[in-house]
Design a binder for this molecule. Structure first.
Ligand SMILES: [Zn+2]
Length: 178
């Protein structure tokens, strides 16, 4: 599984590094050392440091356990779901669409559960941030039509909840629609 799309944790240097994909492949054992064995943590740390990323074994472990593994888990679940739906309906469902559906369902559930009027500004911003992060994940999908469909639903929910035009403009921006 080489193209995992998962949200970057804002405070994790590895998530936010351009070396993330390569580091992930090393952590997963998909990428081996020149002599054909798995990379050890201290070797990955040294490799990253040579390329300008100040990191440590502790930071690599945190990234692996808290960000990379949950993303792998979610990807596997999506795959299983796609497989189950295909078998049940006899129709092929694209992974992109299945993934979009899962993210959308989660985002809408969060937004729906909110009693928007009773939230303070901080809480509203946090809710919007979740929507934006879901959008960011989806915007990495190739499929513009799926993205458009999801963005339209999120936008409608946000407007009903009373989000301002400025917020909706930002949502559209994150989804790559403007
Ligand atoms: Zn991370």
């Amino acid at each position: 599984m080489s193209d995992l799309f998962y949200p970057r944790e804002p405070r994790c240097k590895i998530c936010n590094s351009p070396l993330r994909d390569e580091i992930d492949q090393m952590l997963l054992g998909n990428e081996l050392t020149p002599d054909g064995r798995r990379w050890r943590m201290e070797e990955i740390a040294a490799w990253a440091q040579q390329r300008g990323l100040e990191t440590s074994i502790a930071a690599l472990s945190r990234h692996k356990n808290n960000h990379l593994h949950p993303a792998m888990q979610a990807a596997l679940e999506t795959e299983r779901m796609v497989e189950a739906i295909s078998q049940a309906t006899g129709r092929k469902l694209s992974v992109a669409r299945a993934y979009a559906n899962a993210v959308l369902a989660k985002t809408l559930r969060v937004l729906d559960d909110l009693d928007w009027q009773s939230l303070d500004d901080n809480q509203r911003l946090r809710a919007i941030d979740r929507g934006l992060r879901a959008g960011e994940v989806l915007s990495r999908l190739e499929r513009a039509d799926v993205r458009l469909e999801v963005a339209a639903k999120v936008e409608a929910t946000l407007s009903e909840a009373g989000a301002s035009a400025e917020i909706i403009r930002r949502v559209r921006e994150v989804y790559g629609l403007d």
